[in-house]
Design a protein around this ligand. Sequence first.
Ligand code: NAD
Length: 360
Amino acid sequence: MEYNIAVIPGDGIGPEIIREARKVLNAIGKKYGHSFKYTEVLMGGVSIDATGVPLTEEALRTCQRSDSVLLGAVGGDVGKSGWYDIAPNLRPEAGLLALRKGLRLFANIRPAILFDELKSACPLREDIIGDGFDFVVIRELTGGLYFGDRWTKEIDGLRTATDTLVYNEKEIARIARQAFEIARKRRKKVCSVDKANVLDSSRLWRQVTKEVAKDYPDVELTDMLVDNCAMQIVRNPGQFDVILTENMFGDILSDEASMITGSIGMLASASLGETKLGLYEPSHGSAPDIAGRNKANPIATVLSAAMMLRYSFDLDKEADMVESAVKKVLKKGYRTIDIMSGGCTLVGTDEMGDLIAGEV
Ligand code: NAD
């Protein structure tokens, strides 16, 4: 099969990590007989320098017409780059917001996986880690408190601020469907997280999620209150497979889940919409402090590319192959500087990419 991928290297370490992810995709293409065609798209600071805006209409259209989008990172050093002395809607990160909106992405998926070989980087006790953990947080991206009406005014002589949390049944059902579909590709367990003991929006969330669950009898659905979930993630993370939740709860829980894996250079992410077209990117930023020095860990981007194979192209076998290649390289003791520990072999960005592609 042929797949058209819009590739956005972006700024800082972006071009370096994207180059390595492409190496790994090409190795997969060669092994399994797929052809990945890449179209490079400018976004972020590099686009500001070239065109005056962080994302041109044409760049967005190229992404919309592709089968999927792979992004490195955008943004620079706020004090030094000059990309931040301009209006906020023209800064590098505004390109990312415009892209997410233009691709109609409403589901963010962040895996939290503890690799056996990196257990020492996990801040949890060994008896809590147990056999490790491998779960994903699926966060609704376009509704809830961050998008509701808000105002600040004086009421009875006191400055008073209001934010509103709105979800309709359609918004809840579409993200719930995503969660069940993703669970079907995993261990078939969805834990829906809400605050149904207090919030009306959560009670609707619970109802609609249960209705959607009827179409997925092979997937187990449980509910959990968000305060309990925050505790369970650090108490017994191994119990989770898919955590499904609304925007603000997901914002907080996905960061908590990231923290317990230990290294930012390992964290992949995907944002999906109604169609198969998704945006895949590492969870970290453009790391200007190490850019151009062959020090960046490309694994988060490589694992994001694996998510693209799985969720946009339905190439599960190929995605498994990428993930197992990463594990093999770690098992052999190769590390970039951010995950380096005693007795391991230090490698640069490009060598890490070569090693993973070699395992494929
Ligand atoms: P960052 O994630 O870029 O870096 C934080 C720290 O982690 C730095 O010390 C960096 O060297 C290290 N790090 C990050 N990725 C790494 C990797 N792959 N390998 C090894 N080390 C890695 O966060 P920041 O410094 O707060 O932000 C830098 C720029 O990135 C800012 O302009 C910010 O706005 C932007 N940013 C972009 C995105 C995105 O494109 N999605 C996300 C977050 C931040």
